[in-house]
Design a protein around this ligand. Structure first.
Ligand SMILES: Cc1cc2nc3c(=O)[nH]c(=O)nc-3n(C[C@H](O)[C@H](O)[C@H](O)COP(=O)(O)OP(=O)(O)OC[C@H]3O[C@@H](n4cnc5c(N)ncnc54)[C@H](O)[C@@H]3O)c2cc1C
Length: 417
């Protein structure tokens, strides 16, 4: 793999940019792999990369029914933070933030990680108490999070409305300065390029239609629209379709799949310097490097595999944005879209072995898995390679829904982005 550098750009400028290689190979599927990963989103590609880079397992295929990064990885609003309440959650999300901080260097690919700060607004006494509890818990876990007065919040984000006459006045905010955003497509592309260079086969336009199991129960391989691929181990990393694939292996998952929408405005000059989230008015906002306001909220109320979603959700979201930022009232919205997110009863993910030998699952990230991409891939690769969890994902088992040992972020945070 040719290294990307300022020198390489200068060299190619002198020879008409004819020397750039394809970023990843597009090989024909082989008959047999050590590991097949189902789903070429950020989590699946990161898993394949760390299997090759850290565990020396390179006979790996990542099988994708569409194009790589075309699922939720390419549809999300890119918020990154790690100020979750429970020890397990803070552990895995902060592991990810630490990897984000050096990811562009590690992959030799600019993922545009931008730690511009994530500010979560408190609008009532309950919010104030919950966020201050989070701040104390986070500090005990070595995760940065600090309390701001309304005036300090406005200083950090000048267009914010802190008028006491607002329907939901800002009473303060929790700020994680190490949080921020990254370029979602670049994350998928960077992992794909680095994994492919280490020998991983990325097979796009190849839908998994079945999981074949031996009479003894263990996995034998995957049926796909491009033929059968034998595999010693299978990792399911298919976001909103995880339960569909696990059903193919006769494993019933505690998941519901919902549409989640986002939208962007026309581009304007830089005006929102950080990420602002509000659980109470139920909307969040940041500004992309192109200048578009990137806006989202919670899931639609009904389960569905539709990637569109209902208009009233967007209308409610924009009402909330105008409440927080009256200066955006006259802005035009450019595009909206949806993705399908899989949600667990406790709103925490599952990264785990399964009752089927050789079958592993990484799912249930709901509305907030983009931020975890590097950490999730890192510990899931460990789980697959060693057939046992990394200590960071040890609590994120499938069995917790049987034993009751939940990681109940659902109760701790109404919005999980
Ligand atoms: C609108 C929206 C906003 C969001 N905002 C944020 C945010 O701000 N911050 C945050 O942290 N998270 C956010 N998320 C959540 C985040 O996008 C996801 O948790 C994360 O991207 C999941 O990554 P993944 O790699 O697991 O899934 P995906 O990127 O969805 O990858 C799964 C892949 O599996 C493939 N697949 C499915 N079935 C099959 C099959 N049968 N055969 C082969 N391939 C298959 C799909 O095509 C897909 O490409 C948001 C999500 C949405 C939809």
């Amino acid at each position: 793999m040719r290294k990307y550098s300022a020198f390489a750009i200068a060299r190619e400028a002198f020879r008409g940019h004819k020397g750039w290689e394809q970023q990843w190979r597009s090989p024909e599927p082989k008959a047999e792999y050590d590991v097949v990963i189902i789903g070429a989103g950020g989590h699946g590609l990161a898993t394949a990369y760390y299997l090759a880079a850290e565990h020396g397992i390179t006979n790996v295929a990542v099988v994708e029914k569409g194009w790589l990064g075309g699922g939720n990885t390419g549809r999300n609003t890119t918020i990154i933070r790690s100020n979750y309440l429970y020890d397990e959650s803070a552990g895995i999300y902060d592991h990810a933030v630490k990897l984000w901080e050096n990811l562009s260097q590690e992959l030799n690919y600019n993922v545009m990680f931008s730690p511009r700060g994530v500010m979560m607004l408190a609008h009532n006494i309950h919010d104030v108490q919950v966020f201050q509890r989070h701040i104390h818990a986070n500090r005990l876990n070595g995760v940065d999070n600090e309390w701001l007065t309304p005036e300090q919040a406005k200083e950090y984000c000048p267009p914010l409305n802190i008028s006491k006459d607002a329907r939901y006045p800002v009473l303060g905010a929790a700020l994680q300065r190490r949080g921020g955003t990254a370029r979602h497509d670049a994350v998928a592309w960077g992992y794909a390029r680095a994994a492919s260079a280490r020998g991983v086969d990325i097979i796009q336009n190849c839908e998994v239609t079945g999981v074949r199991r031996a009479a003894a129960g263990h996995v034998e391989g995957v049926e796909t629209t491009r033929g059968f691929m034998r595999a010693k181990k299978i990792g399911v990393v298919a976001a909103g379709h995880s339960s569909v694939i696990m059903q193919m292996a006769d494993v019933r998952m505690p998941l519901e799949s919902y549409p989640l929408q986002a939208l962007v405005s026309e581009p304007i000059k830089p005006v929102v310097p950080c990420v602002v989230m509000s659980n109470t008015v139920h909307a969040y906002i940041s500004q992309s490097d192109k200048g578009e306001l990137v806006i989202g909220a919670g899931t639609d109320q009904y389960t569905s595999y539709s990637q569109t979603g209902g208009l009233h959700i967007l209308q409610h979201t924009l009402d909330a944005i105008c409440e927080m930022f009256p200066i955006f009232t006259r802005m035009k919205m450019l595009r909206s879209w949806g993705g399908v997110v899989d949600v667990t009863p406790d709103r925490s993910p599952i990264l785990s072995k399964t009752p089927v030998q050789g079958l592993y699952v990484n799912c249930g990230w709901g509305t907030g898995g983009f931020k975890a991409t590097p950490g999730s891939g890192h510990v899931f690769a460990h789980t697959i390679a060693r057939d046992e969890p990394h200590k960071i994902n040890a609590g994120f088992t499938l069995e917790r829904f049987r034993t009751g040992r939940l990681i109940d972020e659902a109760a701790a945070a109404a919005v999980a982005h």
